[in-house]
Every structure is written in C-alpha cells, then in structure tokens.
Design a protein around this ligand. Structure first.
Ligand code: IMP
Ligand code: MG
Length: 178
C-alpha cells in the first residue's frame, strides 16, 4: 500500500504535533464547558480519536455519516447515511472532519445542527484545502493547509482505501488509471 504513495504531505510526527496543539487549544477555549464532539464518518476516525486523547475536558462524542463524494469528484450533494444518537439541543458542538475542501459538507451539517438547536457550533478539521472552496466557510480549528490535490491517509480515502496510512500523502498517477 505504501508503494502507491508518490509524496508524503503531512508526516506522522507532524500529525501528532497538530493533534496536541489543537487539543490544548480546545481544552483552553472550552474550560468549564462540556462540548459534544460530532465526528463525520468515516474520515474523522483517526483524527477524532487522537485529538480527544489531547482534550482535557468532560466531553461526549457522537458520529454522523454523510456522503458527498464519488471517487475523487465532489458531487455537491450531501446525504445523511447515519444520524446522531444524541440530541444537540442546547449543546456546544465541535464538528470534526478530516478535510475542508469545497466546504459543502460541513456547511450543510452545520446548518442541520443549527436548526436542531445547538447552542454553538465550531468546526475542527485536520486539513484545509482553501483553493477547493465553493461556499463561504472557514474552520475554527485547522491542523494544516494542503494544496489543491487529492490526498489520502489518516482517515482520508480513495474509493474507501488508504484510510489506514499513518500519514497524509498523494497517490501515484497510475493508481487513478487502474
Ligand atoms: P467538501 O464538502 O468538499 O468540503 O468535502 C469534505 C469531504 O470530502 C471530506 O470529509 C472528505 O471525505 C472528502 N474529501 C475532500 N477532499 C478530499 C481529498 O483530497 N482526499 C480525500 N477525501 C477528500
Ligand atoms: Mg469525509
């Protein structure tokens, strides 16, 4: 699997630095509060778990599965495949995702949680791809910036594969043409 990677964009060490930094920042910002972390499946998985280990708060977590992608092209449609178990009403929500690209997914989910009566909603993403943006949305907590290239690893997939890579990388061209 690692042979399929052309270039590493964010190393394992850098990811660990990022989760520690964001975890400390969230711990400070939410002092005295009990936020609900809402992770977007499946991409949030490793990031959410590593991040939570660095958050020193009495918090809860829940997951939502929404999809907007087919292969590596944004379809611009967001569909809820699995909804939250917990109510968000009156709660401080930290919405966690792997990457902010067009912004459509997080924008839609933010809108849904807001309509359900969340008290506050902040966005936390491991990666930000500013050049991909199609809606006016920025994240409150950002790990790192990536250029406008399709990246995989540490939760991010290409056709459901490569999520288990410990770092973020760009695939070799021949993988896409298979
Ligand atoms: P957005 O709605 O375009 O911001 O995309 C958000 C979702 O698209 C993320 O949760 C990812 O699952 C997926 N996505 C966007 N860019 C990439 C990428 O470069 N690699 C893998 N998945 C991506
Ligand atoms: Mg995703």
């Amino acid at each position: 699997m690692k042979n399929d990677i052309k270039r590493i964009c964010v190393t394992e060490e850098k990811i660990m630095e990022i989760v520690k930094r964001l975890g400390m920042q969230i711990t400070k910002d939410y002092e005295g509060k009990e936020p609900l972390f809402v992770g977007l499946l499946k991409g949030c998985n490793p990031f959410m778990m590593d991040l939570l280990k660095c958050v020193n708060l009495r918090c809860t977590l829940d997951y939502m599965d929404v999809s907007s992608y087919d292969g590596c092209t944004s379809t611009g449609q967001v569909k809820i495949c699995h909804d939250l178990d917990e109510s968000v009403e009156g709660k401080d929500i930290i919405l966690v995702d792997d990457i902010l690209d067009t912004g459509r997914t997080l924008n839609e989910v933010k809108g849904i949680l807001s309509k359900r009566g969340a008290k506050s909603i902040k966005l936390c993403v491991l990666l930000n791809k500013p050049e991909g943006r199609k809606v006016d949305l920025e994240a409150d907590y950002v790990g790192d910036l990536v250029p406008n290239e399709f990246v995989v690893g540490y939760g991010l997939d290409y056709n459901e594969k490569y999520r288990n890579l410990p770092y973020i990388g760009v695939l070799k061209e021949e993988i896409y043409s298979k």
